[in-house]
Structure formats: structure tokens, C-alpha cells
Design a protein around this ligand. Structure first.
Ligand code: SF4
Length: 325
């Protein structure tokens, strides 16, 4: 295994059973994640993008071992999380954290900020005594740009951006290597989004962090990601370096998503040709046969509707699943 690979995801599937009938038998499955493979290299930010319901959040949670994979594997620091002991998983979990979309819903409204940040320190026994705990909490609050005198305040006393800083501080408490940012800026105002992106980048560089940055549109991930993966109905459609994906997209779905982003240059914006996606995202209970995107792809052929395209390396480190590439 490449020494620089921090997270390895191989053929990961997460299916949720659907039960029905008098005997509550399993009658089907939601194939939220249906076979995805990629690596995350130390120090990079991998953006994972797709419409709501495409499986990106489930993938993030399965990587953190919060969902049990139905098939496939996730390895963190070279350890296969499905094959190691529960004690070892607990020890490794300390180094993998998550930042949530809605900072307010994810923060206990009855706890003071200092207690919210101290809790992971206590769970993992990372402070020797109350004095050290207080010192560590102050240090973390400073790292994320929160005034330490706010430690006795409650989450409702903060703005959305500050609440997200509390969520980031809580994730940093255990000194993780890897953080899944699940739509971490989607609920914030545009001006605040830029501040949080800058903070995450600065923390990545200062603390040597690695991120999986989950978002629902491509404009959000461009400035923070080193590589970007595009998901559709439980599968990866394309994965490439950020520059390559935005400058030379190969998959029709990626092209359609990119065409929806306004260009902040009036002459270029006037020339922008929007590729409209017809219809809704197909159900992940009964995904289309062959290529998952065939029901909405203007280029689809009969071959596309029957044979699933392989996810292959079309050019160096540029992966795509399309018969026409
Ligand atoms: Fe479109 Fe066919 Fe490519 Fe799928 S395989 S994206 S249907 S052209």
C-alpha cells in the first residue's frame, strides 16, 4: 500500500434493507452506496459531490465506521476497519472525526461551549485533570477563532458561522488526522462560507489534516479540494484532480453539473450553455439497468441501457464511468 494513502475505500456498498408484509420480511434494499473505490492521500481534500440522495453522506459515514458496510472494505492508516478488533476500531475512531451540516442541530443546546469541546477529551481520556482540560479547550477555541471568554455560553448565543466554528473545535478536540466535512458550509450565508473554507484550509495546513469534503454542488468544492469525485445514485461517475475535472470534464453528468454554475464574468456568462438534466434522480431502490445515468443522459444508447460502464482510468489519475469516453 502507498505510504501516503490515509483512507482506502474498495468496492464499498451500503444497502439498507426495506421490510414489509405481515412477517416484516426483507422485501428490497435501498442501495445508498453501491460499489465505490477510491483512496484519500494524506494532506489532501477530496471533494465528494452529487445531488441530494446520491449516497455521498452515507459513504462518508461508512468510511467513519458509523454504518456497517454491506460489502467491500474501508482501511484507515492501513488497517481494515471491518477486520480489526472493536477495541482497535475505537482507538482509530479518535483520529477520524466529522463536521456536520447543521451546527445548531448537532450541538447540544443544554451544554456550554466549553463542555461541548471538553466532552471528546473526556471520552478518550485525553486530559489528565480539570486544569489540563481547561487549557486544551482554550487552545482549541483559539485555533478556530473563538474567543475563550465565550466558553460558558450556550450554542443559541452564537451566530451560524460561530456555531460551525464550535462544531469544528469539537471535531479537533481528539487531534484527528482525518475529518469528514458533511455539507459543512451548505447551511451558511455565502459570506460566512468563505470564512469557514479559509479556516478549514488553514487548519489543514497547520495541523496536517486530511478532509473528505461532501457537498451537493460543484461550485462549493472547487476552492478547497485537491481532487473531486462526482457521485450519482450510489456510484462514482468521475474522479480527477480539481483542475482537470473543471477544465476537462469527461462524464456527461459532470458536464451538466458544471454547466449550471454561473460564471462571474458577464461576456462569458452570456455564452454559457446550460445542459438541462431532464427528470428526477432515479430511485436507489431500483436504479436504471446498465449506466445509472442513462435515464437522463442525452447521449444514451441501447448499449448504455443494458451494460454498466466500468469505472476506469481514462487518463493519468482521471477516472470515469462512461462508454463514450
Ligand atoms: Fe451517457 Fe452512456 Fe456515458 Fe452513461 S455510458 S453517461 S448513458 S453516454
Amino acid at each position: 500500500m502507498n505510504q501516503d494513502v490515509l483512507v482506502r475505500v474498495k468496492d464499498l456498498k451500503v444497502h439498507f434493507p426495506i421490510r414489509g408484509g405481515v412477517f416484516n420480511r426483507v422485501v428490497g434494499a435501498v442501495k445508498a452506496v453501491d460499489g465505490i473505490t477510491f483512496d484519500i492521500v494524506k494532506g489532501e481534500t477530496l471533494g465528494l459531490v452529487g445531488e441530494s440522495g446520491c449516497g455521498k453522506t452515507t459513504a462518508g459515514r461508512a468510511i467513519l465506521n458509523l454504518y456497517q458496510p454491506t460489502a467491500g472494505e474501508v482501511a484507515f492508516r492501513g488497517v481494515n476497519l471491518g477486520r480489526t478488533s472493536p477495541g482497535n476500531v475505537r482507538r482509530l475512531r479518535r483520529h477520524m472525526q466529522m463536521i456536520f451540516q447543521d451546527p445548531y442541530a448537532s450541538l447540544n443546546p443544554h451544554m456550554r461551549v466549553g463542555e461541548i469541546i471538553a466532552r471528546p477529551l473526556r471520552v478518550h481520556g485525553l486530559a489528565k485533570n480539570a486544569r489540563e482540560e481547561k487549557h486544551l479547550v482554550s487552545e482549541i477555541m483559539q485555533k478556530v477563532g473563538l474567543n475563550t471568554s465565550f466558553r460558558d455560553r450556550y450554542p443559541h448565543e452564537f451566530s451560524g458561522g460561530q456555531r460551525q466554528r464550535i462544531g469544528i473545535a469539537r471535531a479537533l478536540a481528539t487531534s484527528p488526522d482525518f475529518i469528514v466535512c458533511d455539507e459543512a458550509i451548505s447551511a451558511l450565508d455565502v459570506s460566512i462560507q468563505a470564512q469557514i473554507i479559509n479556516l478549514l484550509e488553514q487548519l489543514r495546513d497547520d495541523l496536517g489534516l486530511t478532509y473528505l469534503f461532501i457537498a451537493h454542488d460543484l461550485s462549493m468544492v472547487r476552492y478547497i479540494s485537491t481532487r473531486v469525485g462526482v457521485m450519482y445514485v450510489g456510484k462514482l461517475m468521475e474522479l480527477a484532480s480539481t483542475n482537470e475535472l473543471y477544465e476537462k470534464p469527461l462524464h456527461p453528468y459532470t458536464k451538466a453539473l458544471l454547466s449550471a454554475i454561473p460564471i462571474p464574468d458577464p461576456p462569458l456568462e452570456r455564452q454559457r450553455r446550460r445542459i438541462l438534466l431532464e427528470g428526477d434522480l432515479p430511485s436507489s431502490i431500483n436504479p436504471p439497468a446498465g449506466c445509472r445515468f442513462s435515464s437522463r443522459c442525452a447521449l444514451a444508447t441501447d448499449h448504455c441501457r443494458t451494460v454498466e460502464p466500468e469505472f476506469r482510468e481514462a487518463s493519468t489519475r482521471h477516472w470515469v464511468a462512461c462508454h463514450l469516453v
